[in-house]
Design a binder for this molecule. Structure first.
Ligand code: GTP
Ligand code: MG
Length: 193
């Protein structure tokens, strides 16, 4: 969707049952859920009460899902329930009809939004080799700071490593222009006249 690849995994339906085989399927469903970035929790509106649905959503949010996982509740079969008004579910998920393909564009939008948020927050891409090298050196000096803290070395020595990190970051943000930086520019770019 929009050039982003999604991999959907269809699991067994989750419900209380004493059937051994079905329970194995449900166990597998929970294993997949643990690994998912987005969980689509699909309800059959035609046969579920609002209280049941709300309870399940809360249960998932509090007990099943971990950090960074997004839950999208889907209330399916709206084509069959046109006359009913599900007031308590209004802001809790999307009302769709898989069969009649109703409101699926809204689902696509929400899926894309979760991925776009993730890439903005978690996936900073460093495109410049000079920046990359500086960030590697930043990490080295921060590790030194961390080790220094553990060994309880004097503050002024710690400050030197912290200063070093700041200077390095300054080379990216443009706050300092060291000879190294100029050397780097002259060796990587052809600057004439
Ligand atoms: N009216 C209506 N029927 C639907 C809709 N979505 C699914 N169904 C029907 O519901 C029945 C069950 O659909 P399935 O896709 O097999 O449901 P499932 O939850 O995957 O079932 P299992 O794989 O057996 O766990 C089928 O008869 C579908 O045609 C919908 O939006 N509206
Ligand atoms: Mg199925």
């Amino acid at each position: 969707m929009e050039g982003i690849e999604f991999r959907f995994i269809d699991t067994a339906g989750i419900r209380e049952t004493s059937d051994t085989i079905e329970n194995l399927g449900i166990e597998r469903a929970f294993e997949q859920i643990k690994k998912a970035r987005v969980v689509l929790l699909l309800f059959d509106l035609d046969t579920s009460s609002e209280e049941f649905v709300l309870g399940q959503i809360e249960n998932f949010e509090q007990k099943t899902l971990g950090e960074g996982q997004t839950l999208i509740a889907l209330f399916n079969k709206v084509d069959k329930t046109k006359s009913k008004d599900f007031k308590k579910l209004k802001d809790k998920g999307l009302f769709i009809s898989a069969k009649k393909q109703e409101n699926l564009n809204e689902l696509v939008e929400q899926l894309l939004a979760t991925v776009q948020n993730e890439s903005a927050e978690d996936q900073l891409i460093v495109t410049n080799i000079r920046h990359y090298e500086i960030l590697v050196r930043c990490e080295e000096s921060l590790v030194k700071v961390e080790e220094g803290l553990e060994m309880q070395i004097p503050g002024d020595l710690l400050a030197m490593d912290i200063r070093e990190t700041l200077n390095l970051l300054g080379e990216i943000t443009g706050q300092i222009s060291s000879d190294d930086l100029l050397g780097n520019i002259f060796s990587n770019f052809c600057i004439g006249k």
